[in-house]
Design a protein around this ligand. Sequence first.
Ligand code: GLU
Length: 354
Amino acid sequence: MSRRIVVKVGSSSVTGPDGLPNTDLLMALAGELESLRADGWEAVVVSSGAVAAGWATIGGGEDRPTDVAVLQAVSAVGQHRLMSTWASAFEAQGRTVGQVLLAPHDFTDRRQYLHARQTFSTLLSLGVVPVVNENDAVADDEIRFGDNDRLAALVSHLVGADRLVMLTDAPGLLTADPRLDQEASLIEIVTEVDASLEAVAGGTTGVGSGGMASKLAAARIASFSGVEAVIADARLEGVLTLIDANPRTVGTTFVARQHDLSARRLWIAFAVAPAAHLRVDAGAQAALVDRGGSLLAAGVSEVTGAFLEGDAVEIHGSDGSLVGKGLARCSAEELEAGVGSLVVVHRDDLVLLG
Ligand code: GLU
């Protein structure tokens, strides 16, 4: 029985100081993944660096562009250079790669999702290593992934991965910003991504393009998908082999939840953006969390934002903490006017996230 590993490599690791793809690193990773294959691991690579490589290629200079049209154009210049470096790196191992460019729509639209899943499964069965990036050249600025961490987590779920490794330029998640606090130490194992951890990660952003906060969000998606996630240092020699040989001792490991969510629930929880936030009272919160009930209009104490039937809404407790997310069975207007027994979010369309 083969196992699957998704390896996400961030822009700062994929590209060297000159902004061009770092051939040595990509060669090393391809070599490691080929060795892991002998132990039964099939690999998917999620690679950033299209914008960085494109910008370097056209001689753009120190500061990355911020203009959306320029970013899109530059990514088109960089993406195939990135792919050509990955292709050479894997060819040196006798392995073929295939490029898969994805957009959020590929996860939110069920038909697209099934198409994408079929493509990955066929590529893997052909012994090809899929190399994934966001379709940056035409990505809609409003709804793009923006960072590849979340994309990598959703891909991990899509391919039914056993492990997601996010390689970056930090040793993992630290208790504090090492530039500000000498006592900062590595958090080795995380069983629950909660608010206190998010506060820690918020303080250490700035390392890499997505930063720690987006890695944490990705780890959360992976964990809910039943996928163990690891944040580790791309510069550590033999990093993937070390993780395989000594699980949970390299970088920061996020333990997977035992009961993974179905594709639909995962989609509700993480892929679709909430249209509104609902605050519920203690009675309603207990009904949702302890008794597996639906959310009724009577339990909603406050609505922020407007929503229509079918939109995603985030549900918060009276103290503001996140309780869950679900699809609304009514519009905000109907909720305002409706009777207390009106079902706002049915339990079948609800994912508890507290
Ligand atoms: N997709 C972007 C690129 O290839 C990078 C996204 C990220 O930084 O995670 O340039």
